[in-house]
Design a protein around this ligand. Structure first.
Ligand code: UDB
Ligand code: ZN
Length: 186
């Protein structure tokens, strides 16, 4: 089980590396990593459990955030933030965004990260809708369309696999600049 002390923090080069593709069938170590990445989210979203272990409630966790440069991340969007057409809970392995909407979107509150302890204000500009291809822990290929919040979470996690952090997308000289036509949601 992962605890906050296991989560790599900004400044650790592992967060800035390009992660490597994962080979199938998964090794026992990779299977355990996949399970532990998802367990963190499930446990951290449970109010009693997260108090007990002092976990920040997470919606996504990528392997580099626990020190492993492999293309693997877990995503668990809480029901109240799920789009009815894009509920999402899975460990995504070797994910590739195969298409992105021209429509842009951002969270009104900005973003944070389990690996970034300080608050960095500003809008994080992303695609509003994406189609993502990935393999699950059994190696089965999926191609899913996501929009709004679930799409933002998946883009945030895939960024980690390429060494990108959310604040890289904030406009330095004008953090609350709004792109033309950009969608904003809570
Ligand atoms: C998060 N959590 O997990 F709406 F139950 C953020 C942190 C950084 C604040 C912990 C979050 O958004 N939690 C949340 C939101 C809800 C309901 C709920 C919990 N991440 C994941 C991360 O750092 N992954 O690498 C940051 C998110 C910001 C936008 C997308 C991911
Ligand atoms: Zn993050």
């Amino acid at each position: 089980m992962f605890l906050m002390k296991d989560i790599t923090r900004d400044g650790n080069p592992v967060l800035r590396n390009q992660s490597k593709k994962v080979e199938f069938p998964l090794s026992e170590d990779d299977k355990k990593l996949a399970k532990d990445l998802m367990d963190y989210l499930v446990i951290s979203q449970d109010e009693e459990e997260n108090k007990k272990y002092n976990l920040r409630p997470g919606v996504g966790l990528a392997a580099p955030q626990v020190g492993v440069n492999k293309m693997m991340a877990s995503v668990l969007v809480p029901p109240e933030y799920e789009d009815e057409k894009s509920p999402f809970k899975d460990v995504i392995i070797n994910p590739v965004i195969v298409s992105s909407s021209v429509q842009r979107g951002a969270l009104t509150v900005g973003e944070g990260c389990l690996s970034v302890d300080k608050d960095i204000p500003g809008y994080v500009h992303r695609a509003d809708r994406i189609t993502v291809k990935y393999q699950d822990i059994d190696g089965v290929e999926h191609k899913v369309r996501l929009k709004h919040y679930p799409a933002i979470v998946v883009q945030h996690e895939i960024d980690h696999l390429h060494g990108t952090l959310f604040y890289d997308h904030i406009k330095k000289d004008n953090p609350f600049y709004r792109e033309d036509n950009e969608l904003f949601f809570e």
